[in-house]
Design a protein around this ligand. Structure first.
Ligand SMILES: [Zn+2]
Length: 218
């Protein structure tokens, strides 16, 4: 077994902060949750949405899966974990914003790109990331002669757009978007430079939301 002691100590610090130093927040959370935003992020250990956005408990409702994907709406007997979370966030919590948070050097997208015709990665991963197969095709078409890094970056961003498009296939979600009650956002965190990008629908491209870190010099 690895060393899990740091997590127990970490929980103690969290407990002290919330129940000791921040009684008002603790009292609020005991009554229930009322997050206004759903973030769909990747399982990657470097991109925890709550840490990245410096959120407090209760701020965001979060779904994380391999490559931050949203599957299309499907009405069958299969187990639909992401769809169930979407339904709860949209229909019960009535969140006002949904952010798909993609990121660079994503292992899931790497698996999608390395999959050859009819041969998928792993027992479950390949089938899952195949949700973004259209993103893979678009990226390959757009970047015929780029580096592997450029291709990955483009495919990661295209996959965010595929997930955004798939959100619209959920009828109760689309209804709220059409009514102007729910807003969808595609974000992309570039780990290597620390920059955060947001998809601009009007311009049809990702644009810098937060530039790379510049140390403050006094
Ligand atoms: Zn990832």
């Amino acid at each position: 077994m690895g060393n899990i002691d740091p997590f127990v100590e970490g929980f103690k610090r969290f407990q002290r902060q919330l129940y000791g130093d921040n009684e008002r927040l603790a009292a609020k959370l005991k009554k229930g949750q009322n997050p206004q935003t759903l973030i769909i992020g990747c399982c990657d250990s470097r991109v925890d949405p709550a840490l990245l956005m410096d959120c407090a408990p209760g701020d965001i409702f979060t779904v994380r899966n391999v490559a931050n994907l949203v599957p299309p709406y499907e009405s069958d007997d299969a187990f639909h974990g992401v769809s169930a979370a979407l339904e709860y966030a949209v229909c019960t919590l009535k969140v006002k914003d949904i952010i798909i948070l993609g990121h660079s050097s994503c292992g899931g997208i790497e698996g999608l790109l390395s999959a050859t015709e009819g041969e998928m990665v792993g027992e479950f991963i390949g089938r899952w990331v195949d949700i973004a197969s259209a993103a893979r095709e678009r990226a390959l078409q757009r970047i015929a002669s780029g580096s592997q890094e450029e291709l990955s970056c483009l495919c990661e961003q295209e996959a965010v757009l595929t997930s955004l498009a798939n959100l619209h296939t959920f009828p109760w979600l689309k209804q709220r978007v059409d009514a102007g009650e729910l807003h969808l956002h595609g974000w992309y965190f570039h780990i290597e430079t620390g920059r955060l990008f947001g998809y601009c629908t009007e311009k049809g491209r990702f644009e810098v939301l937060v530039d790379g870190y510049t140390p403050f010099i006094s």
